[in-house]
Ligand binder design. Structure first.
Ligand SMILES: Cc1ncc(COP(=O)(O)O)c(C=O)c1O
Length: 405
C-alpha cells in the first residue's frame, strides 16, 4: 500500500539496479557508500565523448555544453541541494582534497588558538587530513586535536556536550569540523546550533557532508556555516570516485584569504591572457585549482538533473517515512539481539549494532540478495534511498534479517 501511494516510485525504474546471479534484482541499501547509476548518465557522458571526438579542443567553447564553463552548469542544482547561493558552491576535486584546501584557508592557528575539534569516530580520511594539517603548522596532535566522544554507555554525541566543550575551551579552538551526518552512527548534527555557538566564540566551522548531501535538509548559507565539502558518489549517484564539491560562505569571498592556488581559480576575464600574478575569482570558484574532468562532471550533471526534478523536500519526506517504517519493523526484533544506534529523525541511514558481533550473519544477509555494509566491530548499515528503494525492499530485508538472526 505504501508503495502504491508513493509519488516517487516511478524513479526506481530510472536507475540500474544490480542483479543477483539468479537474475533477480538485489535489494540495494548501500547508497550511503556508492549510489546507483541513473540510466541517463550514459547519455550525458556520451554527449561529451562525442563532442570530444567531433570537435577536439574546440569543445572547450563549441561543445553543446561548452567545457570551459561546464562546472557552472552544476552550481544552481548544488545551491538548491545544500541551501546556498550559486556563488557559494562549486564542483571540484574530491572530498579529502577539498578538505585540505579549506583548511589551508580556514585553519590559521596561532600560539593561543590552535585546536581543532572533530568527532572521535570521524571518517579516518578526515582524521588523517586534520592531523597532517596540525603537524604541518608545527603543532602537536596530542595538544591540538580534540576528539568528541559520546558519554559512557551512549553511542552518539549530544549537542549540549559539544556546547559545553565550546564554552569551556572555546578560546583555544580555531576550528570545528564535523561530519554533517556521522558515517558510522548515521547521527545528524545540529548544524545550526553548533555553528551559532561556535561562532560566538570566534571559532570557524566546517562540515564534511559526504553522508549529508542529497540526504538531509541543508541550509548552509542561512546557518552561516563557514565552509563545507562533499563527495558526489553516495546519495548523489554520480559514480565511483566522481568529482566532489565545496561550499564557502559568501562572507569570505572578498577577504583574499590565504589559499593554495591554481589557474582555474584565477579571474575568468584574463585567465587566458596567462598573467603571472594570481587574482582569485571572488566566489568559491576562486578555490579551484585545475580545469575539471568533464566526463566526471557529466555524470554529476546527469544525476543532479534528477534532483532538480524531484527536489529535496519530497526526497526527505519519503526518506523519513521509509525510516519510520524500517524502525517500526526492527522494533519487533528482541533487543537482546540488536540495538539501533542511529538517533531518531536521522537521514536515510540506520546503523544496527548486532549484539552477537557475528560478521557471518552479514555474509548470510548478502547471500540472500541484500547489499548493505558491515562496519567493524559489529554494525550493519542500512540506507533505504528514496529515489530507488521501495517499502517492499524494507519489508523483505526485515523478513530475511529476522530469520537469519
Ligand atoms: C565521511 C567521509 N569523509 C571522507 C571520505 C573520503 O572521501 P574521498 O575518498 O572522496 O576523499 C569518505 C568516503 O567514503 C566519507 O564517507
Amino acid at each position: 500500500m505504501l508503495d502504491s501511494e508513493d509519488e516517487l516510485r516511478k524513479y526506481k525504474n530510472q536507475f540500474h539496479i544490480p542483479l543477483q546471479k539468479n537474475g533477480k534484482e538485489h535489494i540495494y541499501f548501500c547508497g550511503n557508500s556508492l549510489g546507483l547509476q541513473p540510466k541517463i548518465t550514459k547519455e550525458f557522458i556520451n554527449q561529451e565523448i562525442n563532442d570530444w571526438a567531433n570537435l577536439g579542443v574546440e569543445g572547450h567553447t563549441n561543445a553543446s555544453n561548452p567545457w570551459l564553463p561546464y562546472h557552472e552548469f552544476l552550481s544552481k542544482s548544488y545551491a538548491k541541494i545544500v541551501g546556498a547561493k550559486k556563488t557559494e558552491v562549486v564542483a571540484m576535486n574530491t572530498l579529502t582534497v577539498n578538505l585540505h584546501l579549506m583548511m589551508v584557508s580556514f585553519y590559521r592557528p596561532t600560539s593561543k588558538r590552535f585546536k581543532i575539534v572533530i568527532e572521535g569516530d570521524a571518517f579516518p580520511s578526515d582524521i588523517y587530513a586534520i592531523e597532517s594539517q596540525i603537524k604541518f603548522h608545527g603543532f602537536k596532535i596530542q595538544e591540538a586535536l580534540i576528539k568528541l566522544k559520546p558519554n559512557k554507555g551512549e553511542s552518539t554525541l549530544k549537542t549540549e556536550d559539544i556546547t559545553k566543550l565550546i564554552n569551556d575551551q572555546g578560546d583555544d579552538i580555531a576550528l570545528i569540523i564535523l561530519g554533517g551526518v556521522n558515517y558510522y552512527t548515521g547521527q545528524v548534527f545540529d548544524f545550526k546550533s553548533i555553528t551559532k555557538i561556535a561562532q560566538k566564540k570566534n571559532i570557524l566551522v566546517g562540515f564534511d557532508l559526504a553522508h549529508a548531501v542529497g540526504n538531509v535538509n541543508l541550509e548552509l548559507h542561512k546557518w552561516n556555516v563557514d565552509f563545507a565539502v562533499w563527495c558526489s558518489y553516495k546519495y548523489l549517484n554520480s559514480g565511483p570516485g566522481s568529482i566532489g564539491g565545496a561550499f564557502v560562505h559568501k562572507k569570505h569571498h572578498n577577504k583574499n584569504l590565504p589559499r593554495f592556488c591554481g589557474w582555474w581559480g584565477h579571474n575568468k576575464k584574463d585567465r587566458f591572457k596567462m598573467p603571472s600574478k594570481f587574482n582569485p575569482i571572488k566566489s568559491v570558484e576562486g578555490w579551484q585549482l585545475s580545469n575539471p574532468p568533464i566526463l566526471s562532471l557529466a555524470a554529476v550533471r546527469a544525476s543532479l538533473s534528477i534532483f532538480d526534478k524531484v527536489g529535496m523536500q519530497k526526497l526527505i519526506k519519503k526518506s523519513k517515512n521509509m525510516n519510520s517504517y524500517l524502525l517500526f519493523l526492527l522494533d519487533k526484533i528482541p533487543n537482546n539481539q540488536i540495538k539501533i544506534i542511529t538517533p531518531k529523525n536521522s537521514g536515510c541511514q540506520i546503523s544496527i549494532k548486532v549484539k552477537s558481533k557475528e560478521k557471518n550473519l552479514f555474509e548470510r544477509i548478502t547471500k540472500s540478495g541484500i547489499i548493505a555494509d558491515w562496519r567493524e566491530p559489529d554494525v550493519i548499515r542500512i540506507a533505504p534511498v528514496p529515489l530507488y528503494n521501495s517499502y517492499i525492499d524494507i519489508y523483505r530485508f526485515y523478513e530475511i534479517f529476522k530469520k537469519l538472526l
